[in-house]
Design a protein around this ligand. Sequence first.
Ligand code: DQA
Length: 142
Amino acid sequence: MKILFINGPNLNMLGTREKDVYGNLNLDEINNLINEKAEMIGAEADFFQSNVEGNLVTKIQESRDYDYIVINPAAFTHTSIAIRDALLSINAKFIEVHLSNIYSREDFRQNSYISSIAIGVISGFGHIGYLLALDYLNALRD
Ligand code: DQA
């Protein structure tokens, strides 16, 4: 099982950015935890982060070889029809993850352009959300 973890803008600032909202771990530390878990369950995890919408779109277009995508589009969640269309263009099977609970925050965060085409949404469990996504995908194999 090959899974691509995609993170959007400002998530490269985790560890220093609004720690009360997003936690203390930086993105490398989170990705290491994901990698450890992926190895334990015999899955292959790859990682991509970009602050640039077009780069995220291109990466998604190039992701046909992956069984699943786990994506946190960050602020583009609430704005990007282009990312939604890219996910639709490859028929991606994906899980949407947010560190914070977007439904308990500002109104503008409560619309996601991708939730309606996701397998499911995990929001509010900090970095553990990515690990929960992996647990779910592993459970599908049983
Ligand atoms: C986020 C929530 C978004 O609203 C925000 O713009 C982010 C991170 C999250 O993981 O909680 O950058 O996707």
